[in-house]
Design a protein around this ligand. Structure first.
Ligand code: CMP
Length: 401
């Protein structure tokens, strides 16, 4: 006899079970009644106002949670759909980066481990999407496996409001596919400050620093996201960041480019850096590619190579404490040269959004160095023509940061 399992039943029961495990209610029956009533209310609202599949959030059953309004809203020239934000949390107390100690949050850290079952196909897609996520780069195998277990999929339609500025943070999001706009309020007006294009992640700041959302994120195409709940993010990523700070504190203090930053700002830089290792000869960036990362060399050497009409010329070598990959991010152009590892190389990598947000004070230094590039390239190729290239002399100056 074959019994057909109704579509969505498994997902419904898994989500409910996770909520029970998270909330540990004294009376599971009463909790179930409240949970499914809320779910029903949310679905009714969604049917009226949008296509989002909002479910009661982890804290929905806790005191202080209130249901927000729904409806359409205007944002700039285009009329975008605003999907209902099902639950708002009680406001979190903002914790500044310098005083934050994740070990203090014992209660939160004792939360049970969350597991969202996945098919093999889902797990494979998830692993692929997480491969380049910088915040996951420093996790050990066990931490990574816990993160993957806890993540759950969310399909999105065009025009969905994923995060609204000033809300409390619920999830961290990894993009599997889809495009997203980033808006921030500047002098009371919402401005488009960036986009995500089929890769990357967002929503880490409110969870890392216990602050309200710093930006609004809206989908500009249909897509898929993988979500990591706040508890697991704090238990694993934020705790790991505390270790990362200790590990890299001395190094980032020694990076000349970061000298103008205050120590709190430098720690924020460390929080978003991912450590990436490259083997001898491996290409780190490719000339002509679109750019989304910035690199600081932690160990080893990196050759910067320019391909001009098919001929490759080494134009610089970066070693410990030096940076590369900034030019395309600043000029908003494709990569102007390729970068290759010499021996085993470790780089600290930062994504373009963090680069924009955190390295503003260092941009003058970078721009000054960029101004030297052209002059030095001109000199380099002049000598090439004469057949007396002295790249070794030019290298240290070209990227002397
Ligand atoms: P969070 O504040 O949790 O939610 C909004 C997210 O937008 C934020 O985390 C970042 O992940 C992302 N974001 C992208 N660009 C910016 C920016 N310029 N300033 C702040 N947040 C940004």
């Amino acid at each position: 006899m074959s019994i057909e399992i109704p579509a969505g039943l498994e997902d419904l029961l898994v989500r409910f079970t996770v909520e029970v495990l998270r909330n540990q209610p004294r009376d599971p029956l009463d909790f179930a009644v409240q949970y499914f009533q809320r779910l029903n209310q949310n679905q009714n609202q969604n049917r009226g106002g949008g296509s989002s599949e909002s479910l009661p959030s982890p804290t929905a059953a806790r005191p202080g949670a209130v249901v927000s309004g729904t409806g359409q809203f205007e944002r700039g020239p285009a009329n975008r759909k605003r999907t209902p934000v099902a639950i708002r949390f009680t406001r979190r107390v903002s914790v500044s980066a310098e005083t934050y100690n994740p070990d203090d949050e014992d209660e939160e850290l004792r939360e049970p481990r969350i597991v969202h079952p996945k098919t093999d196909e889902q797990r494979q897609r998830l692993q692929e999407a997480c491969k380049h996520i910088l915040l996951f780069k420093n996790l050990d195998a066990e931490q990574m496996s816990q993160v993957l277990d806890a993540m759950f999929e969310r399909r999105v339609e065009v025009g969905e409001l994923i995060i609204e500025q000033d809300d409390d943070g619920d999830n961290f999001y990894v993009i599997e596919r889809g495009t997203f706009s980033i808006y921030m309020k500047v002098d009371g007006l919402e401005r488009l400050v960036g986009t995500y294009n089929n890769r990357g992640s967002f929503g880490e700041l409110a969870l890392m620093y216990n602050t309200q959302r710093a930006a609004t994120i809206i989908t500009t195409s249909a897509g898929a996201l993988w979500c990591l709940d706040r508890m697991t993010f704090r238990r694993i990523i934020v705790r790991n960041n505390a270790k990362k700070r200790k590990l890299y504190e001395a190094f980032v203090e020694s990076v000349p480019l970061l000298e103008s930053l205050q120590s709190v700002e430098r720690m924020k830089v460390v929080d978003v850096l991912g450590c990436q290792t490259y083997s001898d000869g491996e290409r780190i960036i490719a000339q002509g590619d679109s750019a989304d990362c910035f690199y600081i060399v932690e160990s080893g050497q990196v050759r910067i190579v320019l391909n001009k009409k098919g001929a490759e010329t080494e134009i610089a070598v970066c070693s410990r404490g030096q940076y590369f990959g900034e030019l395309a991010l600043i000029t908003n152009k494709p990569r102007a040269a390729s970068a290759y590892a010499v021996g085993t190389v470790k780089c600290l990598v930062m994504d373009v959004q963090a680069f924009e947000r955190l390295l503003g004070p260092c941009k003058d230094i970078m721009k000054r160095n960029i101004a030297n590039y052209e002059e030095q390239l001109a000199r380099l190729f002049e000598r090439d023509v004469d057949g007396h290239t002295e790249t070794a002399v030019l290298q240290p100056r070209l990227l002397s940061n």
